[in-house]
Each structure stands twice: as structure tokens, then as C-alpha cells.
Design a protein around this ligand. Structure first.
Ligand SMILES: Cc1cc2nc3c(=O)[nH]c(=O)nc-3n(C[C@H](O)[C@H](O)[C@H](O)COP(=O)(O)O)c2cc1C
Length: 357
């Protein structure tokens, strides 16, 4: 009897301890990977902050963005020190070369910077100050020489005061950053509960913009056989538009869709505005399929859809205009066709895919 009572008391005490632990544990923030931005500035040759940012990107599945000042800092260390010191002293926020960021797309923004004179580097400060942070969670991270965090966290919190929350910053010694993968992963794990959105939704997880500015989701094409083509109006392959329109006319009723993505990255052969490109295609080739705004399909500014399409096939960069990806009714990328590959073969495959339910 006494034993039973003792057990009950011990158990109750244990339960109290347990529940107080639960109350103290910081709550993780739930976020979808597609809604995370990892923005960073890096200066040195060794790219310490870039390395940390890439590790965070891998761990979160978020989008990576390098912050670039319009006028790069001098490559010479002492000259860079002098310029940085002056800018920090005078509170200068340098202009950036980056395209404007659509902050609506993100809930969580990682902001990375080297520690410069004990604070956040001016380009990273410019980026953060330019962001509409209402409703966002900001997570700062820094790499440093030997000073540690110094005022980096404090100053970043000040710049991000309009954010919903600024989580405790992470500071990593630059010289150790390449041994810190596990530390970075554990830190992220303790702060965020991430749903890997893009992987789960595959082809249907992307947002595009039509040539006239309307939102288009790849999810709108669920159940269809979809051909994604990067196009150009002044290319030797431009006459392929005629065949593409024929395919669209012939098979659209049976569930075939075509997404035209103009791209100026190959020989600058799509120089026109979105409207000019659309007018050209509709008047010269009488096209009727959906056309998107001009996009990059390779490099830093490539749209996420292209990253996915390449990953799912041979992983190689797009080589030229009129590369084609055929996606089946279940969102699986069936085949990549290079610009000059047979359009008869393409048609055969479209037909056979349309027959599969
Ligand atoms: C202009 C300048 C100022 C710096 N000031 C500091 C400092 O105050 N404290 C510190 O610990 N490290 C300082 N460092 C070292 C960098 O923070 C460190 O090397 C960092 O990891 C570099 O990151 P990056 O490779 O992404 O440029 C400074 C470096 C530069 C270039």
C-alpha cells in the first residue's frame, strides 16, 4: 500500500516535470519549403556566408538568393575594409543589382551576412530594409572572423522591426563553416517544422505568370498531357511554332496542353516585350496556346519549374530555344526533346500519352 502511494506521488512529480519541459521548449514554426527564402551576401573569395546559405537551402528546400550590390566592393581587402567602415559609420545602404523580390511568396526569410565591423554588412542591410516584412519570420545568420556575433543580431533586429518575429540569430566562425553542416541542420531542425512542398506536389507545385500578367498554376493542368517549351521569336527554330499550333489544335480536346515560355537566354533571340512576343506569335503563326511572361531557364534567375524539369530528366542546362519537356497525365516528366529532335517522334509520344488514363 505504502509502496503504491509512493509510486503515485513519484509519478505525479515526474508528470509535472515533464509538462514543464514541454512548456519551456520553444515552439517550432511550421512552414512549407516553397515559402522559405534564403538570401545572403558574401564578399570574400572563400564565400563563407554563401556556403552557410547553401547548407540552409539544402536543409530547408527553400529558394536561394545572392544579394548583389550595384557597385561591387573592391576586391582588395584593405580597400574593402575602408569602404565598409565608411558606409557603416555613415549608415549608408548601398543600392542593389537584384531584381525586385516578390515577398508575398515567402513566410520565412533567412538573411545571411558576414560580420563586418561587428554588424550586418551594408548590402544585406539594404536588402532587409527594402523588404516588406509584415507577417514574415526573419532568421538571421552570420559568419565571422574572430569577433563572434558582436552587434550583428541586435542591429538586424532593428532593421527587421516590422517582421512578425525575428528568431535568435546563428553565428558561425567563417574558418569552421565547412565543418558546420550538422550544426546548421540541428539549428534549423530546432526552429522550424518544414513540410517539403515542392517534392510532394512535383510538377503541380509551380506558379507562373502569363504574358499579360495573370497568375497561372501548373496545378491547373492536372490530368493533362503537357508540353513545356522555351521559345524565341528570332531563332532558326522559330518556324516550329507552326507545328506546335497544329499539335495543339489537333490534340487539345483530348487533353493536350502546351505552355509556351519565351526566353531570351540563347543568342538574345527573344528580345521583344511580352506583348510584342505575343503579337508576333498570334499574328505570324496564329498560335492559340497559353504563353507566359519571358523567363530565365538556366542560371541564378531561372524559374523553379525549370530547375524541376531538368532535375527530373538529364539534369543538363537547357542548350537552346525550343527545348521541350513532355509531362504525362500524372505529372511525371516523360521525355526531354532537344531543339532539333524529331517533331514526328514528339507527336507519336503525345498521342500515346493521351491514350493512357
Ligand atoms: C570589411 C570586413 C570587415 C570585417 N569585420 C569583422 C568583424 O568586425 N568581426 C569579425 O569577427 N569578422 C570580421 N570580418 C571577417 C568576416 O566576417 C569573415 O571572414 C566572414 O566569414 C566572411 O564571409 P564571406 O566569405 O561570406 O564574405 C570582416 C571582414 C571584412 C571583409
Amino acid at each position: 500500500m505504502l509502496f503504491r502511494k509512493m509510486f503515485a506521488v513519484t509519478f505525479a512529480a515526474f508528470a509535472v516535470v515533464l509538462s514543464s519541459f514541454a512548456a519551456d521548449a520553444p515552439e517550432k514554426i511550421s512552414v512549407k519549403s516553397g515559402r522559405i527564402l534564403v538570401a545572403y551576401y558574401t564578399w570574400s573569395e572563400s564565400g563563407n556566408t554563401k556556403y552557410a546559405a547553401e547548407q540552409i537551402q539544402k536543409a530547408t528546400g527553400g529558394e536561394l538568393l545572392e544579394i548583389k550590390p550595384k557597385n561591387a566592393y573592391p576586391k582588395d581587402y584593405n580597400a574593402c575594409l575602408a569602404q565598409a567602415q565608411k558606409e557603416i559609420r555613415d549608415g549608408i545602404r548601398p543600392e542593389l543589382a537584384n531584381e525586385p523580390v516578390d515577398f508575398k511568396k515567402y513566410d520565412v526569410i533567412f538573411i545571411g551576412s558576414p560580420n563586418w565591423f561587428g554588424t550586418i554588412a551594408p548590402p544585406a542591410a539594404s536588402f532587409l530594409a527594402s523588404a516588406d516584412l509584415a507577417g514574415k519570420t526573419v532568421i538571421p545568420f552570420f559568419t565571422y572572423g574572430s569577433g563572434g556575433m558582436q552587434n550583428c543580431e541586435r542591429d538586424t533586429k532593428k532593421i527587421a522591426e516590422k517582421a512578425k518575429a525575428v528568431l535568435p540569430a546563428k553565428a558561425i566562425r567563417g574558418a569552421n563553416v565547412r565543418q558546420a553542416d550538422k550544426e546548421i541542420n540541428d539549428w534549423i531542425e530546432s526552429a522550424l517544422a518544414i513540410t517539403k512542398e515542392a517534392a510532394a506536389s512535383g510538377f503541380y507545385g509551380f506558379e507562373l505568370k502569363s504574358w499579360d500578367g495573370k497568375e497561372v498554376k501548373t496545378a491547373d493542368f492536372k490530368g493533362k498531357v503537357v508540353l513545356v517549351v522555351n521559345t524565341a521569336t528570332r531563332c532558326g527554330f522559330t518556324p516550329q511554332y507552326e507545328r506546335l499550333e497544329k499539335l495543339y489544335k489537333e490534340y487539345h480536346d483530348r487533353g493536350f496542353e502546351l505552355i509556351d515560355i519565351p526566353c531570351n537566354q540563347f543568342g538574345g533571340q527573344a528580345p521583344g516585350s511580352d506583348e510584342e512576343i505575343n503579337t508576333f506569335c498570334t499574328s505570324r503563326y496564329s498560335t492559340t496556346f497559353p504563353r507566359m511572361t519571358k523567363c530565365d531557364v538556366n542560371g541564378d534567375k531561372q524559374i523553379p519549374l525549370y530547375k524541376f524539369l531538368k532535375e527530373e530528366t538529364n539534369k543538363a542546362d537547357i542548350r537552346w530555344n525550343f527545348t521541350k519537356f513532355l509531362v504525362d497525365r500524372n505529372g511525371k516528366v516523360v521525355k526531354r526533346f532537344e531543339s532539333g529532335d524529331s517533331l514526328d517522334e514528339l507527336e507519336k509520344l503525345i498521342k500515346s500519352q493521351l491514350e493512357q488514363k
